[in-house]
Design a protein around this ligand. Sequence first.
Ligand code: MG
Length: 263
Amino acid sequence: MKIGSMILMIALGALWTGCTGQHSTNFDNPDANYTWQVHDPQRPIPPVVTPGTEDRLPPSDAVVLFDGTDLSAWKGTKQPNQPALWKVENGYLEVVPQTGDIETKEVFGSCQLHIEWAAPAAVKGDSQGRGNSGVFFMGRYEVQVLDSYNNLTYADGQAGAIYSQNPPLVNVCRAPGQWQTYDIIFHAPKFEGEKLVRPADVTVLHNGVLVQDGWILTGPTAWKQRPPYEPHPEKLPVSLQDHGNPVRYRNIWIRPLPDNKDN
Ligand code: MG
């Protein structure tokens, strides 16, 4: 019995080694399937970026969309050439209900976005009516902003949800009035003519916690609908939603990402 157990353990060990590929992979072997060999001296060295003095502050290669002073990077969406009409005070901007969404003047495709937001300290309404706003990529794909602190609503509509598609992994919402962060990595969809060749995906950290882990979007986000993809330009504005609640934003910056997902 004892010898039998030993044989079994040795057999399991050998099997495990086989499964994990130990002793069997030659990492120095050039492979025509890869652009670069391992430790290839010809491989370009990544550019140097100076980080912010805090991780929440923009690094040297970021495009600053709002630094607390003005809305010069933004415009309104209700009419052509409409200025952004939201309120700027004390280093933040605030939704002015009924003035419409605002969008960036510059257009973006795949990107890393940092944005901070606060739901109104004075709690009014419930469910989707409390502290509702949203971060839209390309005018179509919404990461929901909502006061989800002790506020029940449908799962795929709460803070950190890909609206109407996927709930956040956890609810990590701070109390209304407190500042919260979203760090979002968005990969734009790819079209060849009318055909979708790669769907969009999005990763979201809410207050530093992963809430969307590379969610592959089924198409644009929409209330009570699951519309299919429709071809659109490679770059479009980022927009913030006027949903009738005076949600605040501050410290907004973005880093365009290289389109290297297929490498
Ligand atoms: Mg919304």
